[in-house]
Structure formats: structure tokens, C-alpha cells
Design a protein around this ligand. Structure first.
Ligand code: FES
Length: 172
């Protein structure tokens, strides 16, 4: 039995004819556009990532300049590793140095041996004197030394953005 246009129309209370004609062609067309936009949105979400479109992609790093406390916080003759800052504070009486923990060979973290009074790299065996100067192993140069100063409250300040020569010392 064939459906006529009149069969698909309803008469409203006001007497108007309300026809909903939704053919297979309309359905396929809508489905096609829907899939097209779904694919576009999928690509965009891959490119920008979740929330990436709305928030800037910024890396937050700690400041390279930081205070490490008053000089008295460090024993008279000592090597103190500040693990989170990746730096050693070396004190010899009233002389201070800030020495990097990063081995100059391939970047492993060196450790201080109290018994031998030297820095040793666990990766390939480089050795450094207490001053940070290399003397054994594949390390091509001394450990990096960073600028130290005192702030207005007489606290020690290390600035890892400024390297200094191995002879540079802070005398307090
Ligand atoms: S990384 Fe330290 S000796 Fe190779």
C-alpha cells in the first residue's frame, strides 16, 4: 500500500497541516555530515589535546636562583648535597662553593665519598677532587661551579644560571 503525502501530515488544533517529511536521502545526508564533523573533531582533539586548546603549554621550572640558608646551617668542613636543587654546598671554614651534581661525562649524578673525600660518578667511574676538579675517568672537565652570594638577610644564595670558574669562592 502506497503512503501519500497526506498520510504523513497531521492537522493541528488550529487547522494547519504539519508535515514531517524525513526521507532516507535526508537521513543519509545528515549521517554523512555527522560523521564528517566527528572525524574533524577527532583530528582537532589529537592536535590540541585535552584542554590544550584552552590552556597555554608552559613548563614551570624552579627558579635557578635560590637561597640555601644561613652559613651556620652547614658544618665547618662539609659537603652537603641538596638533592632537589642538584647542587653540593661545599664548606671549608669560611669558604663556600656551590658545585653541580651533574657529571661532565654523560650527565649522571655524582656522589660525595666522605671516606675518600672526593666526588665519584657511579656510571663510568669519573672522579673529582673536593674542589670539583676531575682527576680520573672519562670526565672531560671539572664539575660546574655556580655563583654564590649573600642576600640582605645574610643567607646564602646560589644562582645556577651563572657558572663561575673553579677558583671562585664565597668568603663569609
Ligand atoms: S656519566 Fe659520569 S663518568 Fe660517565
Amino acid at each position: 500500500m502506497e503512503t501519500t503525502k497526506q498520510d504523513r501530515c497531521n492537522t493541528s488544533e488550529t487547522g494547519e497541516n504539519m508535515c514531517f517529511t524525513f526521507s532516507r536521502r535526508h537521513f543519509l545526508s545528515l549521517a554523512g555530515w555527522g560523521m564528517f564533523f566527528a572525524v574533524i573533531l577527532g583530528f582537532l582533539s589529537q592536535i590540541f589535546g585535552y584542554k590544550g586548546f584552552f590552556y597555554p603549554r608552559v613548563l614551570f621550572e624552579p627558579s635557578p636562583r635560590f637561597t640555601v640558608g644561613k652559613p651556620d646551617a652547614f658544618p665547618q668542613i662539609s659537603v652537603t648535597k641538596l638533592k632537589s636543587r642538584r647542587v653540593f654546598i661545599v664548606r671549608s671554614g669560611n669558604i663556600f662553593k656551590a658545585i653541580s651534581v651533574v657529571c661532565t661525562h654523560l650527565g649522571c649524578a655524582v656522589e660525595f665519598s666522605k671516606a675518600k673525600n672526593i666526588f665519584e660518578c657511579p656510571c663510568h667511574g669519573s672522579k673529582y677532587y673536593r674542589t670539583g676538579v676531575n682527576f680520573a675517568g672519562p670526565a672531560p672537565k671539572p664539575l660546574a661551579h655556580f655563583e654564590m652570594s649573600l642576600d640582605h638577610s645574610s643567607r646564602l644564595v646560589v644562582d645556577k644560571s651563572k657558572t663561575v670558574s673553579t677558583e671562585t669562592e664565597l668568603i663569609v
